[in-house]
Design a protein. Structure first.
Lengths: 229, 135
């Protein structure tokens, strides 16, 4: 009996030792590290559709950027503030239409279609005409000084770095930011009303009745404030 | 004990050992999302201790990233397994692929909250296996 127990113990120790040794050896050989990024991307709701609109009409949508319950938990003291930006890029037509050259490629994912449209926004077979220049991002109830949130008016160059709205939320001082996304519908060239004030932003009349689109998302760009480990 | 039986037991032990080693070496993260009331609510938690998708209202989505970097001398086969009730909501941009030596890859875990999702917390885990590609 005693012999059996000793043999069993030796077996357990040998197996445990082998697992530990193998694990360390394999980890050393392959040496692949994996870590979660702080940066994340919040995808704007699919429901943010403005429907059929008319030239020089104004449409509004609201959304709320806030800290999550888990971030606000009292025992979470590592970070208190989050910087973010609202990014905009041309939107792919999804599912991909048959006449789009991406159709010939195998299993194009939505992300790949997005990347394509971000590079070739002028390809209107695959991408929607861009709605981005006409979307303003305005903070509702601006924070008291010092200001940390900066919106962007409509009729801006979406490729200009200054056309990116930015904000900061803090779990104690400023836990939420309400943003108003305002679509300032442009008019078509030669068809604008007399009170039109955005000269140069008129659309090509050939785009009349087309569906326009813009990919909007929120990206976390920095975290700080607490006791970072 | 016959030789065949002994050989089979030895092979079984080695295979079991290799499986255990892979499980031990896998990168394991918790995943969690809190589906909340309201419209267009995006509560974020960018901390990197777990794949926390924060508080999201229905129809919203979020992407979190895991960066994998190979500094070893051999190619590595990467395989990702998702578990738990959150698993069906999370899509992965890349799975079952080979990571070359010196290569860096960003895995995107995208969650999309369906319009019919009940208001509650969904949780689960993700295991990222890193298998040496010997053959």
């Amino acid at each position: 009996m005693k012999k059996k127990i000793i043999l069993g113990l030796i077996t357990v120790i040998a197996i445990t030792g082998s697992v530990a040794a193998f694990s360390a050896f394999e980890a050393h050989i392959i040496n692949v590290t994996a870590h979660i990024e702080n940066a994340l991307r919040v995808i704007a709701p699919e429901e943010m559709t403005f429907g059929t609109v008319f030239p020089q009409e104004k449409m509004e949508e609201l959304f709320l950027i806030t800290t999550s319950d888990s971030f606000c938990a009292p025992d979470q003291t590592r970070v208190t503030s989050i910087d973010y930006k609202i990014v905009q890029k041309p939107k792919p037509i999804w599912p991909i239409p048959e006449n789009c050259e991406l159709t010939g490629l195998q299993e194009v994912t939505l992300d790949e279609a997005r990347v394509y449209c971000h590079q070739y926004s002028e390809d209107l077979e695959c991408c929607y005409p861009s709605l981005c220049p006409y979307l303003s991002k305005t903070i509702i109830d601006p924070d008291p000084e010092p200001y940390t949130d900066y919106g962007v008016p409509a009729f801006h160059d979406p490729d200009d770095p200054s056309s990116i709205a930015t904000g900061t939320i803090d779990k104690f001082e400023d836990p939420e930011d309400f943003w108003l996304i305002d679509l300032d519908v442009p008019c078509f060239e030669g068809m604008c009303a007399q009170d039109w004030t955005h000269q140069g932003w008129e659309l090509d009349p050939a785009l009349e009745s087309e569906i326009f689109g813009c990919d909007l998302w929120v990206e976390v760009t920095g975290i700080y404030g607490g006791i970072l480990e | 004990m016959s030789k065949i039986k002994l050989t089979l037991i030895t092979i079984g032990v080695i295979v079991a050992l290799l499986v255990v080693v892979q499980i031990v070496n896998a990168a394991k993260y918790k995943m969690v999302v809190n589906v909340v009331e309201g419209e267009n609510v995006m509560g974020v938690n960018p901390l990197a201790d777990k794949l926390d998708f924060g508080d999201l209202s229905r129809n919203n989505g979020m992407t979190r990233y895991v960066t994998m970097k190979s500094s070893g001398g051999v190619e590595t086969y990467v395989m990702v397994w998702k578990f738990g009730e959150i698993a069906d909501l999370v899509k992965l941009n890349k799975n079952n692929f080979v990571l070359e030596s010196g290569e860096e890859v960003k895995l995107a875990f995208e969650i999309q909250i369906p319009p019919s999702a009940p208001i509650k917390q969904y949780s689960g885990s993700v295991w990222i296996f890193r298998l040496p590609r010997i053959f």
